[in-house]
Design a protein around this ligand. Structure first.
Ligand SMILES: [Zn+2]
Length: 119
């Protein structure tokens, strides 16, 4: 990620540092890059970042996309821990067939959901 405009990215991160749940001002150390991708031969890049609030323990995941002079960002409050995001990151995406399979299984299911989903 050597060509990425870090100044712009840090500007966005500085804006997002405030916890959307409690408003506490976090610092960069609470943010961990979960995934990053750079378009080869360009400064364009996408980052996925996870942050835990030091005050309320809430978590936020957000993406930062850099495409030429434009920077986009989207954030969402999540109950995923950093370990969850790292574990789930490498799984294949859910397909329409996966959803149909689960839908059919749930329709036929006659048991106790709490017991079925316990580890
Ligand atoms: Zn908070």
């Amino acid at each position: 990620m050597k060509n990425l405009d870090l100044k712009k990215v840090l500007g966005i991160i500085g804006f997002i540092l405030r916890c959307p749940i409690c408003g506490f001002r976090n610092n960069l150390e609470t943010m961990k890059v979960v995934d990053s991708e750079q378009v080869e031969g360009t400064p364009d890049a996408r980052l996925v970042i996870h942050s835990d609030c030091q005050k309320c323990q809430g978590s936020v995941m957000f993406t930062i996309g850099v495409m030429g002079p434009e920077i986009t960002s989207a954030a969402a409050v999540t109950d995923l821990t950093l370990a969850d995001t790292q574990r789930l990151r490498d799984l294949d995406p859910i397909t329409a067939n996966d959803v149909l399979t689960i839908h059919k299984a749930v329709q036929k299911f006659k048991g106790d959901f709490k017991k079925a989903f316990k580890r």
